[in-house]
Design a protein around this ligand. Sequence first.
Ligand SMILES: *[C@@H]1O[C@H](CO)[C@@H](O)[C@H](O)[C@H]1NC(C)=O
Ligand SMILES: *[C@@H]1O[C@H](CO)[C@@H](O)[C@H](O)[C@H]1NC(C)=O
Ligand SMILES: *[C@@H]1O[C@H](CO)[C@@H](O)[C@H](O)[C@H]1NC(C)=O
Ligand SMILES: *[C@@H]1O[C@H](CO)[C@@H](O)[C@H](O)[C@H]1NC(C)=O
Length: 573
Amino acid sequence: MFTVLILTIACTVTHAEIVQNANMESLSVAPWHCHGCTASISNDSLNGKQSIMISHRRAGWAGIEQTVQVQPNHNYFFNVHLKLVNLVPGHMYHHISVKFKYTVNSHVHYVRISYSPMQQVSFGYQEIGGDFHVPNGVNSITIYIEINEAGANYLLDDATLQEITPNTNWKAEAQARIEKIRKAPLNIKIENHDNADTSDFKIEIKQVKSSFAFGTAVRADIMMDQNQKAYHDFVYNNFEWATIANNLKWRLMEFTQGHPIWNRGIPALNLLRSKGMKVRGHNMFWGVQHNCPKWILNMTSSDLNNAMHARIHGMMLHTTGKVEHWDVNNENLHGDFYEQRMSNPNITMKMFEWMRLQDKNMKLFLNEFNVVMDSSATTAYRNQGKIFKTSGVPIYGLGVQSHFHSVPKSIDVVKYRLDKIAEANLPLWITELTIHEVDENKKAAVLEDILTLYFSHSSIQGIVFWGFQDSSIHDHAAALTSNDIVPNAAGRKYQELFHKTWRTNEVHPVASTINAKGFLGDYELTLLHQNTVIHTENFTLDNNGANPTFHIRGTGANVLLLINYELPTDITD
Ligand SMILES: *[C@@H]1O[C@H](CO)[C@@H](O)[C@H](O)[C@H]1NC(C)=O
Ligand SMILES: *[C@@H]1O[C@H](CO)[C@@H](O)[C@H](O)[C@H]1NC(C)=O
Ligand SMILES: *[C@@H]1O[C@H](CO)[C@@H](O)[C@H](O)[C@H]1NC(C)=O
Ligand SMILES: *[C@@H]1O[C@H](CO)[C@@H](O)[C@H](O)[C@H]1NC(C)=O
């Protein structure tokens, strides 16, 4: 009785709404308050009868705000739906920030919660906002919205501000999800037709590949260097997917227009393929200006259009059938070079369409940072995924880079961000995982938590590290191995999870049925007689489970015939 009561109270507390007039349906705008602008009630709405219209903004900082009571050192999320009413002349879109301010010792501090770039009028109501941490000693904050161009007016509807309550049970819940979504029943039936004595027999269940992808970025030059066997072995023995870190990027391939370097990234790609590795293509375009080839920066839009088509054509010619994925326009929320230079706010959508025309099967991705490491682009990324999907853009999934520049302070907040991105209803891939932590034991513990959360998330299909070797990765404190490829505590933790915790390798005595449960993937099922292999069958365990049957014929020394799945006619009873 007592326990039930406590649980009920806890549930009620979780969903407490902290903003007032959250649905904007009150008779007046209050307690929303206009700072340097005019707020009025509008009959346009997302839900209900009305919204609040913000106009006559005196400056970029001017806009609507609300002061709310919060608790210091707690995590919250705030979001609101904003509809841009107009564009200021000369703009294709506006960038919208949500911020809060607070005062300590009469000093005002400003904190950005989220940044939603490239908002077009035609998008209609879009969720903006994100999560934030309330600093020590702060009990009251004022949430506000900023658009640099004062002439941009907007409507607001349906806001919410709630606490992200710590869940001390998160890991057990994640493990329960792993059991449910990453495993399936494997029921082996053994028909011992002649009642052979099976005490000397055993069945080995060996998982040889994982359906869930585990991968790493690699350096092409090291892959092609014969003297780097330890590096190669670590890649082949601990991962099933790879990303060429740099040598497929446009700027680094084609310093001079018309002279792409094909003999760096492509041979490494071929080598990885020959070893059975799957490869992500990274990246076709990257609209953060300093990552563009210099020679495109001042092109006319028509020359740039031709150069982009030539890039896609050449690249696809060399990689089609060899890479499973492409990151199409890397970090688009952080760089709009192509949108600006092409004067087309939807040029990234076009890139997807152009690539689809060249290859029907390639899985095409966006790939973004600051979506789980912090919340600045989380909601914007979710919205971009949704808009691409509903506009019919041939997008397959969202790449979530996951560069943790410091260890996350709260796993609940990381989960909140993941769940938010997953609302786009697209597959998610963790594409560039790094955890910056100098203390290898601490890094191992955080890595275990992060990987457990990721592996347990039903939208996530794969995790790719952004390298492992100390000297060859950008962020040395994120290394999983020393320069000579000796795994540190974090590397060993990863190996334990990949090879043991999340793999199925079992040996069973031969009984009439073996009821096992395995991680999804490819398997070898072997019947052994006194450690001699009698027969091996390969099969794939997918979500539906597998029910192979072995038929054993004969007895004694001239033992056994063993066939999986069905009996050939010559031995049918
Ligand atoms: C909403 O307001 C506008 C302008 O005030 C008015 O023209 C329109 O008829 C109203 N629509 C509804 C459904 O009330
Ligand atoms: C592009 O043009 C700008 C100004 O016109 C100039 O400063 C810059 O050097 C040019 N860049 C390149 C790569 O040609
Ligand atoms: C860009 O695409 C969006 C979503 O499909 C659409 O609403 C909008 O009108 C397009 N903008 C332009 C300028 O074509
Ligand atoms: C089973 O798979 C292994 C690789 O895991 C392969 O070497 C072998 O040839 C396969 N056997 C059959 C019967 O397909």
